[in-house]
Design a protein around this ligand. Structure first.
Ligand code: HEC
Length: 214
């Protein structure tokens, strides 16, 4: 009898141990899953400060050099044969130049805006959010700063504001005031749905969007 109780006690302890042990592993598994979820969330939109500042530098460099290339090509065309030639050149070379520089820098380089001239520059949802944020800042007299964001796809993207300078008004200002009507005829010929006019100096014209290839 004593023996039987003894064996029973051993088996019972064993069983209890197994049950509790099993429970613990389950709990641990749940904890692990939770941890992974949290990690995944953090990974989505949290780049380390170091990585961000690296991409910020790269993005600034790409946007500046692309901007310089576009400007010097435009200035050369205007100097050679006037503003209408500049418009025609811009129409011919702007997209091509950005496509080839995208290859050079292994990043998709884009200029985009809330008021489109070339429909190919249409913003996507993420760009639209940044454009709205930046334009609100400009209307509150705050200068938007370049920034780096991680997209849902995991790709990293650089954004920087493009501001309107005096020289831009020749082709993006008020018709009859800054833009000569005969020049706007040439713009309309290339871009019948043009919206990119009526800007003033200091307005936000658009943004640079540079998406780094993985
Ligand atoms: C000679 C006329 C001319 C001048 C001056 C000019 N632009 Fe443009 N701009 C254009 C044309 C034409 C396009 C469309 C280019 C294309 O087809 O990709 C354009 C497109 C753009 C775009 C791309 C977004 C869109 O609407 O398609 C931005 C951004 C832009 N211009 C900013 C500027 C800024 C900033 C300046 C001044 C520093 C400037 N432009 C001066 C003619 C001009």
């Amino acid at each position: 009898m004593i023996r039987k109780t003894f064996y029973f006690a051993i088996v019972l302890t064993g069983l209890l141990f197994m049950i509790s042990c099993d429970n613990d592993t389950k709990k641990e598994e749940v904890k692990k899953e939770e941890k992974q979820e949290i990690k995944a969330d953090v990974k989505k939109d949290d780049l380390s400060e170091e990585t961000k500042s690296d991409y910020l530098k790269k993005g600034m460099f790409i946007a500046k050099s692309t901007g310089k290339s576009l400007k010097s090509r435009l200035t050369a065309a205007v100097d050679k044969a006037g503003l209408q030639n500049g418009i025609n050149t811009c129409n011919k070379v702007a997209q091509k130049m950005m496509d080839s520089l995208s290859v050079v820098y292994n990043a998709k380089i884009k200029r985009t805006t809330l008021k489109l001239r070339n429909e190919k520059d249409k913003p996507d949802q993420d760009e639209l959010a940044v454009l709205s944020e930046f334009s609100k800042m400009v209307s509150d007299s705050i200068k938007p700063k370049p920034q780096v964001k991680q997209l849902a796809s995991g790709e990293v993207r650089f954004y920087a504001p493009i501001m309107v300078e005096k020289v831009c008004l020749n082709c993006h200002g008020k018709i009859g005031e800054n833009v000569k009507p005969q020049n706007y005829d040439v713009i309309k010929k290339h871009y019948p749905n043009d919206e990119a006019i009526n800007y003033k100096e200091g307005d936000l014209r658009g943004i640079w969007s540079v998406t780094f290839k993985k």
